[in-house]
Design a protein around this ligand. Structure first.
Ligand SMILES: *[C@@H]1O[C@H](CO)[C@@H](O)[C@H](O)[C@H]1NC(C)=O
Ligand SMILES: *[C@@H]1O[C@H](CO)[C@@H](O)[C@H](O)[C@H]1NC(C)=O
Ligand SMILES: *[C@@H]1O[C@H](CO)[C@@H](O)[C@H](O)[C@H]1NC(C)=O
Ligand SMILES: CC(=O)N[C@H]1CO[C@H](CO)[C@@H](O)[C@@H]1O
Ligand SMILES: [Zn+2]
Length: 469
């Protein structure tokens, strides 16, 4: 049956499936911009209709309104809770994904209109083609293709429209529906991820993140360095001093106690990193990086995903325009974040960071006002890789691509993964079909035609393998 199924896909859907992606890319607008909210709501309804066409039952959940900075309220896009098939003898797999996108304008440097799907050199370009509309659509297409033969499992969908701005309202909804929508779900698959190389991969872990702001104020208004230079404790100097206490030039975080909670790397994990493909020289060349802190592929992969890291992101209030203004800024805000790994608790990290900065600042003996705040804390997520759905995904990758899957622990953060795990207690897996260079969030976002079409087969094969384990 698989060969026949492959043939149908190749002959008929090579044209039809990308056509549908074109429609979806065209509707889309981003969740950051309130003026585009109605289009986003339309997008959610259009996806709901697509699921109904496949015989699904769709609930459009109203999450109420979002308060904007100007005190106006706008509607949040509805969340789709849907199911296709309700056979109690079959397993139930729930796919999570998002249909909102990051902002994109042709002026940002796109080669073509980001909202018109454009095919060039085997790639399908357009905002959302990879992150995440294309991947959701690939699942829908896989379901459609399987239905021509038999849908081997019950499929559910949880699709949201606020992922790119922090999944407003979604965590609460997951809690509310734990004993209803999620009660008969056996496995949760998150599509919102990509491969690390051109080799297909399955993601089993993500890092968490804590974001911090350090505000230093030295005066009520900006000062002239000709009049005040040499007689005031400058806010900017204090801030740079504080920022420089955070991490040394080998990337080691200098916050006392921060590495204590990090769970030790197991031999099995080490082996996964050895087997993972990662094109070091290609990445250096692409991003213009001369030298990484670590030399081997294994060390780099482990450091970027399985150990905490601290990055300094910016300084608000600093003089940053061209020119040579001789100002002493009155108030500056430094921004940095710490990526967290298994066993690190956001609340503990917040305390460690705050205590360390306060202690360092006391040593400096400055009279300036300092305020340290943390914006958010997302937990890391790690799954066992021997759950049935991982085995099924590995078999499916072998069947469709003829290679062994890379097992990926990403350095980024996906708060919803740990939230699903915490609330539902179900097995979670991240299975995407996007490539490593798809430029999700960037200019000229794309998905390759091969990834899209073979990805549809991958999702279909995954469901078949899972049902026949
Ligand atoms: C927005 O909603 C809040 C309650 O959720 C309400 O108090 C406020 O008056 C609303 N603002 C506007 C402009 O409608
Ligand atoms: C959610 O439901 C599952 C049963 O499906 C249960 O085991 C779990 O404890 C529930 N979670 C919460 C937070 O109540
Ligand atoms: C950074 O700190 C670590 C741990 O103390 C140390 O091993 C490393 O040599 C330091 N790097 C530099 C450049 O000082
Ligand atoms: C379908 C639609 O309304 N697309 C709009 C999305 O946003 C861009 C940029 O503002 C517009 O040019 C599109 O018309
Ligand atoms: Zn995404």
């Amino acid at each position: 049956t698989y060969d026949r199924f492959t043939l149908i896909l190749n002959l008929t859907y090579n044209f039809l499936f990308p056509q549908k992606l074109k429609d979806w890319v065209a509707i889309e607008n981003d969740s950051n911009d309130p003026s585009k909210r109605q289009q986003l709501i339309n997008m959610m309804h259009s996806a709901g209709e697509s699921i109904k066409k496949l015989g699904g039952t769709v609930e459009m959940v109203d999450l109420g309104t979002q308060k904007l900075c100007n005190e106006q309220n706008i509607s949040l896009p509805p969340v789709i809770l849907a199911n296709i098939g309700k056979d109690p003898t079959k397993l139930t797999v729930c796919f999570y994904g998002h249909l909102d996108v990051q902002p994109a304008k042709i002026e940002d440097g796109w080669s073509n209109d980001p909202y018109i799907l454009t095919e060039k050199n085997g790639n399908l370009y357009g905002r959302g083609t990879s992150d995440d509309k294309g991947q959701i659509l690939a699942v829908l297409n896989a379901v459609e293709a399987l239905q021509r033969h038999e849908l081997p499992v019950n499929v559910k969908f949880l699709l949201e429209g606020m992922e790119e701005v922090g999944s407003t309202g979604l965590p609460t909804l997951v809690e509310q529906r734990n004993s209803t929508f999620f009660s008969d779900v056996d496995y949760i698959v998150v599509t919102d991820t990509s491969w690390l190389s051109n080799k297909p991969g399955i993601t089993y872990g993500t890092r968490g993140n804590c974001y911090f702001l350090i505000e230093v104020e030295c005066s009520k208004q900006d000062l002239h360095s000709g009049a005040f230079g040499g007689i005031v404790h400058e806010a900017m100097s204090d801030l740079i001093f504080l920022l420089d206490t955070l991490v040394n030039s080998s990337g080691h975080i200098q916050i006392p106690g921060i590495y204590e909670a990090v769970s030790p790397l197991t031999d099995q994990e080490k082996k996964l990193y050895e087997e993972t493909e990662y094109d070091l020289d290609g990445i250096k060349a692409k991003y213009g990086i001369d030298r990484f802190i670590y030399k081997t592929k294994e060390e780099l992969l482990i450091r970027r995903s399985r150990y905490p890291s601290l990055s300094i992101h910016g300084i608000e209030g600093a003089f940053s325009e061209p020119g040579t203004k001789t100002v002493i800024p009155a108030r500056v805000i430094g921004k940095f974040s710490v990526r967290l790994v298994p066993n690190m608790e956001p609340s503990v990290v917040k305390k460690q960071v705050t205590d360390s900065l306060n202690e360092k600042f006391a040593e400096r003996n400055s009279p300036n006002r300092v305020k340290i705040t943390s914006e958010y804390g997302s937990k890391p997520w790690l799954s066992g890789t021997s759950d049935p759905q991982y085995l099924a995904a590995k078999k499916a990758i072998k069947r469709v691509f003829g290679v062994d899957a890379d097992m990926i622990h990403v350095g980024g953060t996906l708060p919803i993964a740990s939230h699903f795990q915490e609330v539902t207690g179900k097995s979670i897996m991240l299975l995407g079909i996007g490539g490593p260079d798809d430029a999700a969030h960037g200019q000229d976002e794309k998905i390759s035609r091969i990834n899209f079409i073979e990805g549809i087969k991958l999702y279909a094969a995954f469901l078949q393998e899972l049902a026949s384990l």
